[in-house]
Each structure stands twice: as structure tokens, then as C-alpha cells.
Design a protein around this ligand. Structure first.
Ligand code: SF4
Length: 398
């Protein structure tokens, strides 16, 4: 290794990380900052002052990717001024767009998949040593690394990843292709991380997984999601009160979880949400469409009737609970009558809030082969109609 590289290696290198997308990405960026700081890097908050600029990206919609292409494009001038500036694209877009990014953006130095983030510090050294374009992708076959991020920007709150990947293959979704098959973390690692977090003063924890209801699949220990919630709720020392003490959760910790899939949600889960004091009473349950024809084309594997029954059962069991959801408009083949079905379901179920998305075809997915036959204009009209209906419902619910 050249004298210059050795010298460079000893210099604290400033890294700027910009995160796009979901809570899982927020969490991955926090963990990556830990790894980089442990390797002597300094996290900075502007690309102008950075030696390395990293974009942690999302591929769930085309718009999210276009934003990254735009942002990286604006760095071309900066790289002309600072030839040593290193640029990396990590996360889901690195996996999904692996064949085109270097061609579209030759100023990018490395790509790294969501399951390979622990490789980034080495990649930075390798690129600096002149290795040229580097790709670390497809690592999602590896086990999930236990993590405890020290970079808790929000001292009171934290995310804890309980599983990664998804086996559901909804026809519009790229997640199974960029984050791999479902892998659950052993419950002891999760409990250990929560203990450390609470000791460090965290009061609100969100358990993360693309489909938390299928937690436990593939683990040696026989446990499901409700079993995990019970173990977490039993972490007596979280409130410092002895087990069985009535006000054990007086100074309690709140445990949220994201995201549930209607095909795996159950009354067992709802009863746990009712009975376990630390567990949130808020259920996020994406419906995606109010039309059975669309749910079938989306490969969601439940019907509108089953979904309604679930929400009714939840509201019956968790009295002051809240239900939020996600809806996609303009999915291929969605005609006015299907859209009206969705409008009627939104009006009937009155979610506390709902995220409304316009469908955009994603590479690798089954739906990307369907004719994208709803015009952008019509997608925008349907999006606006649903947004207005939901806004009114949410404001009346407050
Ligand atoms: S459940 Fe469906 S939408 Fe959610 S991550 Fe899995 S494949 Fe994607």
C-alpha cells in the first residue's frame, strides 16, 4: 500500500449520507454511520464538505429513483472541483438498477445492496486505492447482523429490525428482489438490543419488518410474532418495577411495529395488542385496493370481505386502537368500477390515516409485464379524489 494511501487511511474522512425511502432505510443509514465512525470516519451534514457522499436509496416507486439520479447528477460539478470526491449508491436502487447506474452515472464509484452495508468501510478504502467501480450486491442471503446503533439522532426513539426480506411477491413490489427472502433475527438478539436501548434512555421503539406477522419463520426457536411481543413486554426491568408490579409500565416504554400483512394478521395479535401494556394500539394494515379483481392481480391473497372482517375484529378487541393503511391507485387493469370499490371501502372503514400512492411499474416485478393502461392524468385524478376523502375522514377522527 502506497505511503499516500497509508497516510490517507489515517486521515478522518468526512462522509455525508442522504437517506431516501422507508424506516428500514433510516435504520440502515443509522447503522452504517456507526460502522463508519468505528472505522475513523466523521459523519458530516453537507456534501460540499464531504470526501465521500452516499445515497441510501429506495426503489419502491420510479419517482424515488428519479430523485436519486437527479441528486447524483448535481454532484458532477462538485466532482470536477474535487476529483477525489467519492460517490456511492447503496440500498434497494443499487440492487434494482445494478445494470444501468454506472452507465447512466459514471461519476458513481460504488454500489452496495441493503444487506451488504457492513462492507461499505472496506469499499471506501478500496475505491481510494484505485479499485475503480465496485459493486457489492445480492448479500441478502446472509444472516441479519445484530445491531445497536449509537447514532440515535432522536434519543427518545429508535428502530429495531426484527426481520428482513419478504416471501409474499405482491405483483407490483420490488422488495423481494432487492431485500431477499424473509429472515428473522433470533429473539435473544432483539431483546438484547431493546435492553441496551432502554438503558440508553429510549422510550419509544418501532419494530421493523416488511411483514412482521410472519416473524419467526426459519428460526431454530419455535416463536411467532405474538410470542416475540410477549417476550418484549416481559422485559420487566424496562420499567425498573419488579415483574407483576401493577405500575410496571408507569414510566413505560412504548413498542410500535411496522408493517403487517392482512393475510397473516390475526385475533391472537389483536388480543396481544389489547393485553400487553407496552405494545402500541396502532395497527398499520395496507389494503392496497378495495376491488377483489385488483387484489387478485396484485397477488395480495386476501379479499375485501376478509380485510373488512379483520378491521371489524380489531376494533372490537382493541377499543381505542387506530387503523392506518396504504392504497395504490391506477394499477394496470383498474377501471372506474374498481376505483369506485376502493372509494367505497375507504369511506366505509374510515382509517385514521392512509398513504395513497400512484402505481408505477417496477423492474423485475410480475406487474411490470402488465400493460400500464391507466394514464398518468387519470392516476393523478384518482389519487386526488382518494386523498381528499381520506383527509376529511382523518380530520373528523381527530
Ligand atoms: S408484503 Fe408485498 S408489498 Fe409488502 S414488502 Fe412484501 S411483497 Fe412488498
Amino acid at each position: 500500500m502506497s505511503k499516500e494511501s497509508k497516510a490517507y487511511k489515517n486521515l478522518p474522512k468526512k462522509v455525508y449520507i442522504r437517506t431516501f425511502g422507508c424506516q428500514m432505510n433510516e435504520h440502515d443509514s443509522a447503522r452504517l454511520k456507526d460502522l463508519l465512525v468505528e472505522r475513523g470516519h466523521v459523519i458530516c451534514d453537507s456534501p460540499e464538505f464531504a470526501d465521500t457522499v452516499i445515497f441510501n436509496t429506495c426503489s419502491v416507486r420510479k419517482h424515488a429513483e428519479d430523485r436519486v439520479y437527479g441528486k447524483v447528477g448535481t454532484l458532477a460539478k462538485l466532482k470536477l472541483k474535487k476529483p477525489g470526491l467519492m460517490i456511492g449508491i447503496i440500498g434497494c436502487m443499487a440492487e434494482a438498477q445494478r445494470d444501468v447506474i454506472f452507465r447512466k452515472l459514471p461519476i458513481v464509484d460504488f454500489l452496495c445492496g441493503p444487506a451488504d452495508l457492513d462492507k461499505v468501510p472496506d469499499i471506501i478504502d478500496k475505491v481510494h486505492d484505485g479499485a475503480g467501480h465496485i459493486m457489492y450486491l445480492g448479500g441478502y442471503k446472509s444472516k441479519i447482523i445484530p445491531e445497536f446503533s449509537k447514532d440515535r439522532r432522536d434519543r427518545g426513539r429508535a428502530y429495531v429490525k426484527i426481520m428482513e426480506g419478504c416471501d409474499n411477491f405482491c405483483s407490483y413490489c420490488i422488495v423481494p428482489y432487492v431485500r431477499g427472502r424473509e429472515r428473522s433475527r433470533p429473539s435473544k438478539d432483539i431483546l438484547e438490543e431493546i435492553r441496551k436501548l432502554v438503558k440508553s434512555g429510549v422510550k419509544e421503539i418501532t419494530l421493523l419488518g416488511q411483514n412482521v406477522n410472519s416473524y419467526g419463520k426459519g428460526l431454530k426457536e419455535k416463536i411467532n410474532f405474538v410470542g416475540l411481543l410477549i417476550k418484549i413486554d416481559n422485559l420487566a426491568h424496562l420499567s425498573g418495577e419488579p415483574a407483576g408490579s401493577p405500575d410496571r409500565w408507569a414510566c413505560g416504554v412504548k413498542i410500535n411495529f411496522l408493517t403487517s400483512h392482512p393475510k397473516d394478521a390475526s385475533q391472537e395479535l389483536f388480543r396481544a395488542m389489547r393485553d400487553l401494556k407496552s405494545i402500541s394500539k396502532d395497527l398499520h394494515l395496507p389494503i392496497q385496493s378495495g376491488s377483489d379483481k385488483m387484489l387478485k392481480r396484485m397477488n395480495r391473497r386476501y379479499t375485501v370481505a376478509k380485510y373488512k372482517k379483520l378491521v371489524k375484529s380489531f376494533r372490537g378487541i382493541v377499543k381505542n386502537g387506530s387503523v392506518t393503511s396504504d392504497v395504490i391507485v391506477g394499477f394496470p387493469g383498474e377501471v372506474e368500477i374498481d376505483f369506485n370499490d376502493t372509494v367505497n371501502v375507504i369511506k366505509e372503514l374510515r382509517f385514521n390515516s392512509a398513504y395513497i400512492f400512484k402505481y408505477s411499474p417496477r423492474p423485475l416485478t410480475k406487474a411490470s409485464k402488465f400493460k400500464d393502461d391507466v394514464s398518468l392524468q387519470e392516476k393523478e385524478r384518482r389519487h386526488k379524489v382518494l386523498l381528499n376523502i381520506q383527509k376529511e375522514i382523518s380530520s373528523n377522527k381527530r
